[in-house]
Design a protein around this ligand. Structure first.
Ligand code: SAH
Ligand code: SF4
Length: 435
């Protein structure tokens, strides 16, 4: 989401004539787009600002700005603590960035942290490098107020981008040769644009270009609908892959987290999805060590991991966030126990990812080719529909953006290794919708 927001900010600034440089020492303006979701994310930004202090000492006219959730959360405090910061701008005030930057060049500091109920930036084209994968923000903010989470406070109330605007964006990206888009929102299932729900939006995007894969994130388990699952099943180019954060396997903890679903409901969604969508797979988010989490609660989390057999998971230790409801609860699971529980969760998930991948050996998969593998240009890397990375020997015909059929011959918990069988669709060809 922050990458998408940075592209938006670059879009706004490019419209004003700014250019992007990769070299901090050459920049007239340095903007850090920040995250507040866990304390660690903020600690890293403080470290970065520490490094920029030297740069500012050598070049006093460099404008340094902090954007995003940390700007929204800390506001003036951030400026008071970090003297070299010239501007602090939250997620709903990016339109005013050019004005803030102009003022900063004349030595005036600026803070813009008003949250909006309507801002979706839908008239602004984000700056996207050439490539095959793009993010599209389809909504901003969140109304859910999970008790541990800072997002509703730093990104404001939920609002959806118009369906027509998202569709126009997908069309443009298709014309530019993009092959995969990921629709982004904190809770895409509650998307609503003039009566169109998320399933309607997905279907409208899927028919634009059948050679474009459609992904989405994040689905909140409380309002995933059968219509949505059916829509995923009905369109071959909507990936059969659902990121469905469970957070905990214990109903007691889920209740205290204010997630508003039970583990039985969560399991029923997984079962329904498996029934409706052939080869569907899931990933999840898990928090270890929420206040009052007992050994039994933790065991219930291990249970849901075993039952769901996720393809992957983002796994975190609970991090108390000031201003949230859970902040008032005592953070009473010791650091040692949090560490132990998290490593049990990670070990179990790795084992399951490994087993899931082993099951693919000998099977054929369709990959979207992304380019050379990270380790060697003798190999190409692509992604399966289920978002797994697969590596196969270089072939001139398998250009970036092409779809290839491969056969998996080996697998670790993180990577599949494959042999190329055939090119299904070259990178520069599209499937004709009416064919
Ligand atoms: N909107 C998405 C999640 C956005 S935040 C959803 O509801 O699923 C991404 C993940 O960060 C969350 O799913 C949660 O697992 C984790 N997270 C959020 N706040 C946290 C906190 N205070 N401590 C630890 N992990 C947290
Ligand atoms: Fe945070 Fe919950 Fe909203 Fe996700 S749904 S962003 S976890 S408040």
């Amino acid at each position: 989401m922050n990458v998408a927001d940075s592209e938006l900010v670059m879009g706004i600034l490019k419209n004003k004539g700014y250019r992007i440089t990769e070299v901090a020492e050459e920049a007239n303006v340095i903007l850090l787009n920040t995250c507040s979701i866990r304390e660690n994310a903020e600690v890293r930004i403080h470290g970065r600002l520490g490094n920029l202090k030297k740069l500012k000492e050598n070049r006093a006219d460099t404008v340094i700005g902090v954007l995003g959730c940390m700007a929204e959360r800390l506001r003036k405090r951030l400026m008071d603590e970090q003297k070299m910061v010239d501007l602090v701008v939250g997620p709903d005030e990016y339109r005013r960035l050019p004005e803030f930057i102009d003022n900063a060049f004349t030595g005036e500091k600026g803070i813009g942290v008003k949250l909006s109920r309507t801002e979706t930036y839908d008239d602004i084209e984000p700056f996207r490098e050439e490539g095959i994968s793009a993010w599209i923000s389809i909504m901003r903010g969140c109304n859910n107020f999970c008790s541990y989470c800072v997002v509703p406070y730093t990104r404001g109330r939920e609002r959806s981008v118009d369906l027509e605007s998202v569709v126009a964006d997908v069309k443009k990206l298709s014309e530019r040769g993009f092959r995969e888009i990921t629709l982004l929102g904190q809770n895409v299932n509650s998307y609503n644009s003039e009566g169109n729900d998320f399933a309607d939006l997905l279907a409208s995007c899927a028919v634009i270009d059948r050679s474009m894969r459609i992904r989405f994130s994040t689905s909140h388990p409380k309002d995933i609908s059968e219509k949505l699952l059916q829509t995923i099943a009905d369109h071959e180019n909507i990936c059969n892959y659902i990121h469905l954060p469970v957070q905990s396997g214990s109903n007691k903890v889920l209740d205290e987290m204010k997630r508003t679903y039970t583990i039985e409901h969560y399991n029923s969604i997984i079962d329904k999805a498996k029934e409706l969508i052939p080869n569907v797979s899931f990933s999840t988010d898990i928090i270890a060590g929420f206040p009052n989490e007992s050994d039994e609660d933790h065991d219930a989390t291990l249970e849901v991991i075993k039952r769901s057999r996720f393809n992957g998971a983002y796994m975190f230790k609970y991090s108390p966030r000031e201003g949230t409801k859970a902040y008032n609860l005592e953070d009473n699971v010791s650091e040692a126990i949090k560490t132990k529980r998290l490593s049990e969760i990670i070990d179990l998930q790795h084992k399951i990812s490994f087993e899931n991948n082993q099951e693919l050996i000998g099977k054929e998969q369709i990959l979207l080719v992304e380019g050379s593998s990270k380790k060697s240009d003798q190999f190409l890397a692509g992604r399966t529909d289920s978002n797994k990375v697969a590596i196969f020997p270089y072939s001139e015909d398998a250009g970036v953006g092409s779809y290839v059929k491969v056969k998996i011959n080996r697998a670790t918990s993180a990577t599949l290794f494959a042999d190329l069988i055939e090119i299904v669709l070259p990178g520069n060809e599209k499937i004709n919708l009416t064919a």
